[in-house]
Design a protein around this ligand. Structure first.
Ligand SMILES: C[S@@+](CC[C@H](N)C(=O)[O-])C[C@H]1O[C@@H](n2cnc3c(N)ncnc32)[C@H](O)[C@@H]1O
Length: 203
């Protein structure tokens, strides 16, 4: 969406999701980013090819690059792509895995927008794209799960951040329906949510 389209949808009387979370146009690294980065680095090998979907500030991609992984970040948000590119990491503006050819990578990592969000409070700005997972929290997670197996090489793995707010069992059940095995490889609990990292492989 263009900046003009975004601002035309803004309602000045109500706080944007971005303001509610105290974050700027590009999602800054948070607890979820740290948990995913640690698990991804642990599960990666030097020289492997990786995609960081929804790369945001590029925090997870940067951690993989430091570990010697050949990583490309993707994001819908052009400002995120610019920021990551300026940090020296390749970035592509894309919806999820759309432009990626089959069997292209060893590793895919994704910290998705996952907060269940009432349509009434949807905003139409880039922070909504970073945070809102639609009514059930899985509006972006489910299409990702439906396609990720296609881009993974035979021994490929995906690492997906999931919150208890999104429904961890619902996500693993849908992953199974897409022919993916899943296991929890990292977790952290907070007063309001439990975060886990799922390791996904093609059955
Ligand atoms: C929770 S933020 C995570 C950012 C970063 N990976 C991190 O861990 O700090 C989610 C990111 O996904 C991006 N995003 C949302 N929907 C997307 C889609 N359909 N395709 C690609 N990126 C998307 C958002 O713009 C945002 O940068």
């Amino acid at each position: 969406m263009t900046d003009d389209e975004q601002s035309s949808e803004l309602d000045v009387d109500r706080p944007a999701l971005a303001d509610q979370r105290g974050v700027d146009t590009v999602y800054g690294a948070s607890e979820d980013s740290h948990l995913l980065a640690e698990a991804a680095v642990e599960g990666a090998k030097e020289g492997e090819r990786a995609l960081d979907i929804g790369t945001g500030s590029g925090y997870v991609a940067g951690a993989l690059a430091e570990a010697g992984v050949d990583v490309v970040g993707t994001d819908l948000n052009p400002a995120a792509c610019r920021q990551v590119h300026e940090a020296g990491i390749s970035a592509v503006r894309a919806n999820l895995l759309d432009p990626i050819r089959a069997d292209a990578v060893d590793l895919v990592v994704f910290n998705p927008p996952y907060l269940p969000t009432d349509p009434e409070t949807e905003w139409g700005d880039w922070m909504q794209a970073a945070l809102s997972g639609g009514e059930d929290g899985r509006a972006v997670v489910d299409p990702f799960l439906a396609d990720v197996g296609r881009v993974l090489q035979d021994d490929g793995r995906a690492f997906l951040l999931v919150s208890s707010l999104t429904g961890i069992d619902d996500v693993t059940e849908f992953a199974g329906e897409q022919g993916l095995n899943s296991s929890i490889v990292a977790e952290e609990s907070f007063p309001f949510e439990r975060l886990v990292v799922l390791r996904l492989t093609v059955e």
